[in-house]
Design a binder for this molecule. Structure first.
Ligand code: ADP
Length: 280
């Protein structure tokens, strides 16, 4: 062996960690995606999926190419809300996401038989999240909207680790009442800790006016405004309670497209308008 030739036996050999491999794969998968909009909340049942689906559709109407990725691994509701209940990915991928109203959609539900409950710890969820980014053949998109489960645990943590922070915008969803405000305030602290930029609060299930003209504040009033002030972020919109919104979700039709001009649809439009300037 000449002096110039390295002795291969002495060369250090590094193999990337699974985490580094996942990040590299995700960076490739996100190559055609401009922004990732994270819809999250510390509280369950406040309307995260509803907001994710309808804001995605409102952005699409404004001319953005938008996709929806359901990252609620154990209780995915987005498929039903978009009329994709029972849809399954076949084969070993890459998987073509089904398209609803021009919006490509993927969910962990597409990988398993309907009705199967999961009892998964963090690493299994992380693997599924990585697969949903990497093995789905996402087209070029201006915005990929992520529908997250409640809390500050595995799923949002994985997103903050896998998606570059400069691509992320987080919207926090809260209902007006105190218990929701408490949980979303913690969610905000989490977002700050993991460097996920919070672009605003959406108040859902806000007071509504019934046909007789009386206003009903079922979950109280002013909570979203108080939260936004406390966290020093904009209040992007207030979506009133509307039974048609619940019906649309159950039936798999997109409310904002079916009920144009209603108070709730106008609220979604305003939220999309506020976000659009960030995505242009
Ligand atoms: P999360 O994703 O936070 O668990 P969902 O989006 O699944 O919440 O909403 C919970 C339930 O409340 C769903 O049945 C949904 O259709 C309904 N819902 C959400 N927002 C409203 C609203 N503004 N008016 C009426 N029903 C709503």
């Amino acid at each position: 062996m000449s002096e110039d030739e390295p002795d291969e036996g002495l060369e250090p050999s590094f193999s990337p960690t699974p985490q580094a491999q996942a990040r590299a794969g995700i960076e490739r998968a996100l190559g055609g995606i401009g922004h990732v909009l994270v819809v999250m909340s510390g509280k369950g049942g406040v309307g995260k999926s509803t907001v994710a689906v309808n804001v995605a559709a409102a952005l699409k109407t404004r001319g953005f190419d938008v996709g929806v990725l359901d990252l609620d691994i154990t209780n995915p509701n987005t498929p039903r809300m978009l009329g994709l209940d029972g849809f399954r990915f076949e084969g070993s991928g890459p998987f073509e996401p089904p398209v609803v109203e021009g919006i490509p959609v993927a969910s962990s539900a597409f990988f398993r038989p309907p009705g199967r409950a999961l009892a998964w710890r963090g690493p299994m969820k992380q693997k599924m999240i990585t697969d949903l980014f990497q093995r789905v053949a996402w087209p070029d998109l201006d915005v990929l909207v992520l529908d997250l489960p409640p809390g500050t645990s595995d799923e949002p943590l994985s997103v903050s680790e896998l998606v570059p922070s400069e691509m992320l915008s987080a919207v926090l969803v809260s209902t007006p009442q105190g218990v929701s405000q408490d949980d979303v305030a913690l969610n905000f602290k989490f977002a700050v800790t993991v460097e996920m930029p919070v672009v605003g609060v959406v108040e859902n299930m806000s007071p509504f006016t019934c046909a007789c003209g009386r206003e009903h504040a079922v979950f109280g009033r002013g909570g979203g405004e108080a939260l936004a002030e406390k966290m020093d972020v904009p209040l992007l919109g207030q979506i009133p309670i509307d039974p048609a919104l619940r019906e649309a979700g159950d039936e798999g039709s997109v409310f904002v497209l079916e009920h144009e001009g209603s108070d709730a649809a106008s609220a979604f439009e305003r939220i999309a308008c506020a976000l659009a300037s960030r995505f242009e």
